[in-house]
Design a protein around this ligand. Structure first.
Ligand code: ADP
Ligand code: MG
Length: 278
């Protein structure tokens, strides 16, 4: 009953999509209900329902092409930027449907940020301007010194500050791959999203850079909800609280990470996590 009341509270306050959680809460930040996503006539996500818990790290695993990236992109309305893409069903963030006709997609993406597999710094911009890039589109954009403070905050949180503080005006292209990825994380968190979606963020990185990103995820989870797609099962086991296993566009199992890896309910999950798949 208590849980039920809490949920009602979330729904009510969720009418304001700008609400930022201040304490560790045990309600879902995102509720996906009966989501179907397609490219043209090709349904690649089929009737997926799942809850993404607030302040948890959720891993999405599954074989290549099963729809992990598409599901992730449906969570912040990036999917619809593909011309033939369609989406049906509900994605509710803090209780409000992000696909509601009155909801602004740009604002959804500010609240639910994203980091991609390949670092995507803007090549013509300085390190500082890369981090500040998302601030310009805010309703009340920060100016001058305020921008510098936010850039410093974001670079500190992404663990890059001491490495780049003396070269903020230099091009971001001079950074290593791992540094570029942490720069992209800094850019994503500069606008203070409450959810961060990461699509195989370490797939192109060496083991040391990978470890830095994993440490960073562990720190960010303090006040953020994180969803990470990964091909690396050890990584899912290391960084996540909760794991979603997908197959052919369907959700097979969504459970606490130790359950998925030690005693999954579905034999297909077990086959996948033990490497006996296909
Ligand atoms: P995963 O991230 O698990 O590898 P994706 O979500 O990228 O899977 O892809 C799921 C399916 O959707 C695949 O069959 C893929 O070929 C298809 N797909 C992905 N992106 C596009 C696109 N832009 N246009 C058409 N089909 C796509
Ligand atoms: Mg993918």
């Amino acid at each position: 009953m208590e849980n039920f009341n809490q949920q009602i509270q979330v729904r009510k306050s969720g009418a304001n999509i700008l609400r930022k959680p201040s304490i560790k809460e045990v309600e879902p930040a995102i509720v996906v209900n009966n989501l179907t996503a397609s490219y043209g006539d090709h349904h690649v996500i089929r009737e997926v329902s799942v809850e993404i818990m607030r302040n948890h790290v959720t891993a999405i695993i599954g074989p290549s092409g099963c729809g992990k990236s598409t599901l992730l992109r449906c969570l912040n309305r990036l999917h619809e930027t593909v011309p033939t893409a369609k989406v049906k069903g509900v994605v509710a963030f803090n209780g409000s449907s992000i696909y509601d006709q009155h909801t602004n997609a740009i604002e959804v993406r500010r609240q639910i940020g994203m980091v991609f597999q390949r670092p995507t710094p803007f090549p013509t911009m300085s390190i500082r301007d890369n981090v500040a890039a998302g601030l310009r589109v805010l309703d009340d954009p920060p100016k001058g010194k305020e921008i510098d403070e936010i850039v410093e905050m974001a670079l500190k949180r992404s663990g890059l500050w001491t490495e780049v503080r003396d070269r903020l005006k230099e091009s971001a292209i001079g950074l290593s791959g791992g540094q570029q990825q942490r720069l992209c994380i800094a850019r994503a968190i500069a606008t203070r999203p409450s959810v961060l979606l990461m699509d195989e963020p370490t797939a192109s990185l060496d083991p040391i850079s990978t470890q830095k990103i994993e440490t960073l995820i562990d720190e960010l989870r303090e006040d953020m909800t994180i969803v990470i797609v990964t091909h690396n099962m050890q990584q899912a086991a290391r960084v996540s609280d909760h794991t979603i296993f997908m197959l052919n566009g369907e959700l097979v199992e969504s459970s606490a990470t130790p359950i998925i890896f030690a005693s999954p309910k579905d034999p297909r999950t077990e086959a996948y996590v033990t490497g006996r798949f296909g």
